[in-house]
Design a protein around this ligand. Structure first.
Ligand code: ZN
Length: 80
């Protein structure tokens, strides 16, 4: 499924600039890896997540979005 995209982050419609700043502080290559390697239980495979929103708590960033293949909701937490 040909998805044209330049930046990994263009799907993010962050509600909080601070959280996005913390996300952007992660090196770009690692961010791309994180986005491209999310396990989807529905596809039973490693898929790319389409991110809608990033949340943050004390210890982790939580990426929320959907599977790029089946469209199911996915969440991925990243330790800070
Ligand atoms: Zn899926």
């Amino acid at each position: 499924m040909g998805e044209k995209e330049k930046g990994c982050l263009k799907d993010i419609t962050g509600k909080s600039n601070i959280v996005n700043l913390n996300w952007r502080r992660i090196p770009k290559e690692i961010r791309c890896e994180l986005i491209n390697e999310v396990y989807c239980g529905h596809c039973d495979d490693c898929v790319k997540i389409i991110i809608y929103y990033i949340e943050e708590n004390k210890y982790e960033l939580i990426l929320q979005g959907k599977c790029s293949i089946c469209g199911k909701y996915l969440e991925k937490t990243i330790e800070k």
